[in-house]
Design a protein around this ligand. Structure first.
Ligand code: NAP
Length: 257
């Protein structure tokens, strides 16, 4: 069962599914399994070279496109008038969809390219190619500039219990933005963390489930764990039948203090 983060009139399914390195037949199998157990938020990027796999899997699922929340990202070398819109059109073709739910600038470039990239995001939004637009790996200062030019919905950043993102979390919460947490499991490291294992024992959950719940109890924060393994994909969804106490939330925040 998937839950949703509500921001204005938007409902973002959480957790999302990270798909970096989910490619080819194996990738299709994992994504298809994830959809079958309820994942509806799928994170891809041009850089991952798997938009076609995502598009095929979503199409073949038989589930209505409107029930998915699909994000893709454009690489900084395409933040040009000549390249940007055609790059997005290429993504849509591969994703077999007329639109993406969220279109992101994958990484910041220099100030002029970020400004142009933001204008081009807006152009894609106005063309109907992207329901929502946003950025990834932007600092607060870069985000402020982008927000002056366009209705930015999201910043996707690296965030897990070993990275202190307090200022960015506070900023996105204050401005009602989505903060998508990438590499939320520190590439699997959280699963062997002694503090998280101890908390897992207390709540009858795994260390990974504790980490995922910690994100979900932070307003507007959506983790997108990657899972190729079916057991992992199931486990990462079973995080809605318990709640971490305020004190234990703080213990997890202290891991990055
Ligand atoms: P991650 O989600 O932190 O970790 C993935 C690793 O954790 C995989 O090895 C996975 O194994 C393992 N894992 C998953 N569930 C587990 C569980 N329940 N127990 C134990 N291990 C588990 O790393 P990530 O792929 O770097 O980040 C997630 C997503 O964020 C990416 O896939 C991508 O969509 C996005 N991302 C975005 C950016 C950006 O610049 N915007 C950068 C990096 C990543 P299996 O695969 O074997 O299940």
């Amino acid at each position: 069962m998937q839950e949703y983060i509500t921001i204005g009139k938007e409902k973002v399914p959480a957790p999302g599914l990270g798909t970096y390195q989910l490619t080819g037949k194996e990738g299709e199998k994992s994504i298809s399994f994830a959809i079958s157990i309820g994942y509806r938020h799928i994170d891809t990027a041009q850089f991952y070279r798997n938009e076609e796999v995502v598009g095929n899997t979503v199409k073949n699922s038989g589930i209505a496109r409107k029930d998915f929340f699909i994000t893709t990202k454009i690489w900084p070398t395409d933040f040009t008038k000549k390249n940007f819109v055609p790059a997005v059109e290429q993504s849509l073709k591969k994703l077999k969809s007329d639109y993406v739910d969220l279109l992101l600038l994958h990484w910041p470039a220099d100030e002029a390219a970020n400004a142009l990239g933001t204008d081009l995001l807006l152009e894609c939004h106005e063309k109907g190619y992207a329901r929502l637009i946003g950025v990834s790996n932007f600092t607060i200062a870069q985000l402020e500039k982008a927000r002056k030019k366009a209705p930015v919905f999201c910043n996707q950043i690296e965030y897990h219990p070993y990275i202190n993102q307090h200022e960015m979390v506070k900023y996105t919460q204050k401005h009602e933005l989505l903060l998508t947490a990438y590499t939320p499991l520190a590439r699997g490291k959280v699963n062997t963390d002694p503090t998280l294992i101890a908390l897992g024992k207390k709540y009858g959950k795994t260390a990974t489930q504790i980490a995922l719940k910690w994100f979900l109890q932070q307003k507007n924060v959506c983790p997108i764990p990657k899972g190729g393994n079916e057991k992992h994909l199931i486990e990462n969804m079973q995080v809605f039948d318990f709640e971490i106490s305020k004190e234990d939330m703080q213990t997890i925040f202290n891991l990055s203090a």
